[in-house]
Design a protein around this ligand. Structure first.
Ligand code: SAM
Ligand code: ZN
Length: 288
């Protein structure tokens, strides 16, 4: 039987963990290493990164276009699977991939879903979308998971926000089982005129407070239908708030590391993955 405790490790000493009184995890090697459990979220992280973003941009109903993009992304990863698979969704956000997996019919295998995010608010949104998942409040750069414990790692639009995308990819490699699959999407550094505008806007918002950044995002929202954005969200298929959320994740975070495709390939190869397919920042790779 699948047990999440068989996969978790203490971040401080790599020891095994056990649950005490249903409300905290305690390290078997050193009893001073304790991690809280609140509302089924195991907490390995103490800061509030991205909480404000997800509190202010909660979308109960996910836009159809976002769901379709998530379906396309997941298809190559789950079509040939069988038996029981553990899927780790790193930077699960408000749970679009969890929602697609929860609604997948005719799968010939059982999914054990683990959602991980640096934001507890995001995790509580994802938890509403999928039954019986496990939720880890942790950073992608330091996963509280044993090596060789996961069948599929997905991470859509996340590694660019982590302190070190290279370290994050090494963590994905460590926790995947041999033969395990990786699926990521990274927003690549836009080129040409689009790149100049994008970098200019990010430069301005780096000096702005939240209020001004929201107003700049509001000015961009009406143009989403003519901007080539991956999620295909615009005012014809999503609400103003949903459109603004997509703009904000790109212009608000101060530290975004957007690679070129060449750089991305380099990072993935250096983490030891074998690339199966790569297109426009979407990468499928294997741990061989
Ligand atoms: C652009 S959103 C993508 C969310 C989701 N994957 C999706 O496709 O809608 C980026 C997500 O990464 C999370 N994030 C940022 N830095 C992170 C880190 N170091 N570790 C884990 N999650 C992180 C944010 O909280 C946010 O939920
Ligand atoms: Zn420990």
């Amino acid at each position: 039987m699948y047990k999440i405790l068989d996969k978790l490790i203490c971040l401080k000493c790599k020891g095994r963990l056990k649950i005490e009184k249903n409300n905290y995890l305690i390290c078997k090697k050193n009893q001073k290493h304790i991690y809280n459990i609140n509302n089924n979220i195991f907490s390995f992280f103490h800061k509030k990164n991205f909480d404000k973003h997800w509190s202010e941009n909660t979308n109960t109903n996910l836009p159809k276009s976002k769901i379709n993009v998530a379906k396309n992304f997941l298809t190559p990863l789950i079509k040939e699977s069988s038996y029981q698979k553990t899927i780790l969704d790193v930077g699960c956000g408000d749970g679009v991939h969890a929602s697609v997996l929860a609604n997948k019919k005719n799968l010939n295998f059982k999914i054990n879903y683990i959602g991980l995010d640096i934001s507890k608010v995001a995790l509580s949104l994802t938890a509403k979308r999928i039954n019986k998942g496990h939720y880890l409040h942790a950073s992608a750069t330091s996963l509280p998971l044993k090596k060789d414990s996961i069948d599929i790692v997905i991470s859509y639009g996340v590694i660019a926000y982590t302190q070190s995308p290279k370290k994050t990819l090494r963590e994905f490699y460590r926790v995947l089982k041999k033969g395990g699959k990786l699926g990521i999407w990274v927003y690549l550094q836009p080129k040409g005129f689009k790149g100049v505008i994008f970098n200019f806007i990010r430069k301005i918002t780096s000096f702005c407070g939240d209020w001004a950044t929201y107003r700049i995002a509001d000015c961009i929202v009406p143009f989403l239908s003519i901007l080539p954005i991956d999620s295909k969200i615009n005012l014809t298929n999503a609400s103003w708030r949903q459109c603004r959320e997509i703009v904000l994740v790109n212009i608000q975070p101060k530290d975004l590391i957007l690679p070129s495709q060449k750089q991305l390939v380099d990072w993935i190869k250096k983490a030891n993955f074998k690339i199966k397919k790569i297109k426009n920042g979407k990468v499928y790779a294997l741990k061989v």
